[in-house]
Ligand binder design. Structure first.
Ligand SMILES: *[C@@H]1O[C@H](CO)[C@@H](O)[C@H](O)[C@H]1NC(C)=O
Ligand SMILES: *[C@@H]1O[C@H](CO)[C@@H](O)[C@H](O)[C@H]1NC(C)=O
Ligand SMILES: *[C@@H]1O[C@H](CO)[C@@H](O)[C@H](O)[C@H]1NC(C)=O
Ligand SMILES: *[C@@H]1O[C@H](CO)[C@@H](O)[C@H](O)[C@H]1NC(C)=O
Ligand SMILES: *[C@@H]1O[C@H](CO)[C@@H](O)[C@H](O)[C@H]1NC(C)=O
Ligand SMILES: *[C@@H]1O[C@H](CO)[C@@H](O)[C@H](O)[C@H]1NC(C)=O
Ligand SMILES: *[C@@H]1O[C@H](CO)[C@@H](O)[C@H](O)[C@H]1NC(C)=O
Ligand SMILES: *[C@@H]1O[C@H](CO)[C@@H](O)[C@H](O)[C@H]1NC(C)=O
Ligand SMILES: *[C@@H]1O[C@H](CO)[C@@H](O)[C@H](O)[C@H]1NC(C)=O
Ligand SMILES: *[C@@H]1O[C@H](CO)[C@@H](O)[C@H](O)[C@H]1NC(C)=O
Ligand SMILES: *[C@@H]1O[C@H](CO)[C@@H](O)[C@H](O)[C@H]1NC(C)=O
Ligand SMILES: *[C@@H]1O[C@H](CO)[C@@H](O)[C@H](O)[C@H]1NC(C)=O
Length: 616
């Protein structure tokens, strides 16, 4: 279930004085105290006027790494790669610095590439410290230039500054809701996040991370004299790009510098060099994937869905596919059916009619697995047991699975970087398709979201099913019992109805005030400690927009652990890839369900290259 974005689209027409009906999202289970979701606040570095300048002195936001390797590769005529990474790495610390090519492509030197035939040239100096510059070989035009700045390499902090031309024009650095050209005074933060209250906030970190930009230098009058190039920084850690007058500062809270310069020189060529040369081209959709698909939360049963299909037909609007939000599931548990509402029998009949009519069905799928209450035999949930048997879930250290809270209640999260999680996911998707002949999925909340701060521990198992720690539309006696919000500009379409809803909303908020939020403690700046990484409150605090700015806010905590053997990866390194890897696993599972066909699913969270297997 997505927040206001879905709900806004979902608003049923209000007949004046009559409340819209939402089905309760849950049976009346206990609502967890919202304190479970509070992370101590931290001051983002970009707002902290007393923050140290990493360009001066050592160990500013981590422990300096002393021995580094520089690699410069003329990989093709159009692509030059510059990598800076620690010289001494073992399996135990490799994944902290090196983003595995199994997670996103790391291109190498192509056939016939050479310095002599390259569009780009690399130059450098060691005085007073290592600095480098990328130029166009033909004209000497500088496109990237760290001269005059230090390159900082610490275990939890990297910084590099490039000089830019005045009023530079750059585009990209998604995901973000803002104007196309990035202003020269803007800070882009990257940390996949989900805002319950407003999923469409401008200018902040979003669901996805694509650390690549296109720069265009416009010519004088003729378009042929404009030149564009691209820069891709292959690093998935939490990071910030500070666009400033005549410079960009690039900072990450881990990993390595793994930079790719693309010579363009048209915008289209830059995009093509990025896709074909590095992350791979987007998947080829089947024709029907491009059709109009409809979704709304609040449909209570299969006959509601049939009414929707019939209403489109009656209006002669071509409807290619229909999606379901969580309401089709038994208390939001994946791979189930909501009894009495979405029973398998009528579902089969509905899908037979839909398919006979050449239409498709793509229900929602969430990458969290409900943990059944061990004290309640009727709460059995076999998908959980199978994943546990395969050891397919993210862990909390070595002793336990990592437990969080998601829409179904207390939940675990498949560890999609492992083969056993892929096996689990494929098996479940296959078995579910035997029951319900869906045609694809809408993969949601894979940021990945969790509503405990840090691990919830195992204590909530015997409380399950529990309700997320905030009220949902449909919950009785809350300020969201009835959602009176309207789509933008509805006040113009029907001023009478809009004003009646607005006044209902006013009186509702008086009747049911929003519970007050307990002030959270603020943690001071974490100091770098030799040989210690602080995964939850790293020394450099990025400006995550969620209240309190913590990296632990509403996600699987960065100190959760993965099942990748000697590499001991933590969620700190992999957070921004959860959407990408769950997408990959869903794509692979759908290939098994529909052999020989091009799978269709859309996802919420992505990384560079996700388009290779998923739609958005
Ligand atoms: C506006 O809303 C009112 C109340 O729901 C309804 O009676 C009326 O028909 C609507 N007007 C239009 C133009 O849709
Ligand atoms: C990685 O671990 C090895 C072995 O413990 C150590 O020698 C090396 O310095 C570590 N590398 C970094 C960059 O911390
Ligand atoms: C996608 O799945 C394949 C097959 O399991 C695996 O080889 C690859 O590394 C995965 N890629 C990502 C991005 O997870
Ligand atoms: C940033 O630049 C934009 C124009 O590019 C301007 O509208 C805005 O006011 C500037 N913001 C600040 C904080 O200077
Ligand atoms: C564009 O043309 C103007 C007027 O001829 C000139 O002053 C300016 O330097 C030119 N700019 C570039 C980038 O060539
Ligand atoms: C489906 O839900 C509607 C309410 O939206 C209800 O009126 C109807 O009886 C339900 N139909 C079935 C078959 O359960
Ligand atoms: C046991 O679980 C079932 C299924 O989730 C639920 O309907 C029932 O209310 C639970 N019983 C108790 C005592 O919590
Ligand atoms: C987990 O187990 C591995 C392998 O036995 C070991 O190297 C690692 O230190 C353990 N980690 C924790 C947090 O106990
Ligand atoms: C909601 O409020 C009504 C009236 O105050 C009360 O009777 C009812 O028990 C409440 N329901 C819940 C679930 O708290
Ligand atoms: C409709 O609402 C918008 C913003 O909510 C407001 O700017 C606009 O003036 C309103 N228009 C009318 C006709 O009330
Ligand atoms: C990380 O830093 C925070 C804030 O400085 C501190 O409260 C916490 O104890 C630290 N965690 C570790 C594991 O050092
Ligand atoms: C899929 O992901 C993109 C960005 O990553 C997001 O904008 C879009 O809303 C997502 N789609 C759905 C249906 O969640």
């Amino acid at each position: 279930m997505r927040a206001s974005r879905t709900l806004a689209m979902a608003l049923p027409a209000i007949v004046a004085g009559q409340k819209p009906q939402y089905p309760p999202p849950f049976p009346p289970t206990p609502i967890l105290p919202s304190s479970i979701n509070y992370a101590p606040s931290v001051t983002p570095n970009v707002m902290d006027t007393t923050a140290p300048n990493a360009q001066v002195g050592c160990n500013a936001y981590g422990n300096d790494v002393k021995d580094l390797t520089l690699s410069v590769q003329y990989q093709s005529q159009e692509r030059l790669a510059v990598r800076i990474y620690p010289k001494h790495l073992q399996p135990s610390n490799q994944s902290l610095y090196i983003l595995s090519p199994s997670l996103t492509p790391q291109p190498g030197i192509g056939y016939g590439a050479s310095k002599a035939s390259s569009d780009l040239a690399f130059s450098w100096t060691n005085s007073p410290s290592f600095q480098f510059r990328i130029t166009r070989a033909s004209s000497g035009e500088t496109i990237f230039d760290t001269y005059g700045h230090k390159i900082v390499f610490e275990d939890q902090f990297l910084e590099l500054v490039t000089n830019m031309v005045p009023q530079y024009n750059i585009y990209g650095l998604a995901e973000n809701l803002r104007g196309f050209r990035i202003p020269n005074n803007f800070t882009q933060t990257f940390w996949n996040a989900y805002n319950l209250d407003n999923d469409q906030e401008l200018d902040v970190n979003g669901h996805s991370v694509h650390p690549v930009y296109l720069e265009t230098r416009y010519g004088n009058g003729s378009k042929d004299s404009s030149l564009s190039h691209g820069v891709y920084a292959r690093n998935a850690h939490g990071q910030e790009w500070l666009m400033r007058d005549e410079s960009i500062t690039y900072r990450t809270i881990g990993g390595s510098f793994d930079l790719y310069f693309l010579s363009g020189s048209t915008p289209k060529e830059v995009i093509s060099q990025y896709q074909s040369g590095i992350v791979n081209t987007p998947y080829l959709p089947a024709y029907w994937h491009l059709g109009f698909q409809q979704v709304r939360w609040s449909y209570q049963n299969w006959s509601n869905l049939q009414d929707v299909v019939d209403a489109y037909a009656a209006q002669n609007i071509q409807l290619e596919g229909l999606m379901s939000d969580l309401d089709y599931l038994k208390t939001n548990r994946d791979f189930t059916d909501n009894p009495g509402h979405y029973d398998i029998g009528p579902g089969k009949a509905f899908l037979d009619r839909l398919h006979a009519n050449g239409q498709y069905y793509m229900p929602i799928l969430d990458p969290n697995i409900y943990v059944p209450n061990p004290a309640n035999a009727s709460d059995a949930y076999p998908p959980y047991d199978r994943g546990a048997e395969l050891q397919a879930y993210i862990r909390d250290g070595n002793d336990s699975f990592y437990y969080g809270v998601e829409w179904p209640g207390f939940s675990v999260f498949p560890d999609f970087i492992t083969p056993q999680a892929q096996q689990f996911w494929t098996e479940q998707c296959l078995a579910f398709h035997e029951k319900l002949a869906y045609d694809g999925f809408w993969l949601d909340v894979n940021d990945a979201t969790s509503f405990c701060t840090g691990s919830c521990g195992q204590g909530l198992r015997e409380e399950n099913p529990i309700h997320v720690p905030f009220a949902l539309p449909g919950d009785p006696n809350t300020s969201v019992a009835v959602d009176y919000r309207y789509p933008e500009m509805f006040n113009i379409t029907n001023a009478t109805e809009a004003s009646s809803a607005a006044s209902a909303m006013m009186s509702q908020s008086i009747m049911y005030p929003t519970p007050s939020v307990t002030p959270t403690p603020t943690v001071g700046r974490t100091l770098a400690t030799p040989d210690v990484r602080n995964l939850t409150y790293p020394p450099y605090a990025i400006n995550n927009f969620l209240p309190g700015h913590s990296l632990q806010k509403q996600v699987i905590s960065p100190d959760a652990t993965h099942n990748d053997g000697p590499y001991n990866s933590t969620e700190y390194e992999l957070h921004n890839l959860y959407g990408h890897t769950s997408g990959n696993a869903t794509y692979n599972a759908l290939k098994a369900v529909f052999p020989g066909k091009r799978p269709f699913f859309i996802n919420r969270s992505t990384f560079s290259g996700s388009g290779n297997f998923s739609g958005e």
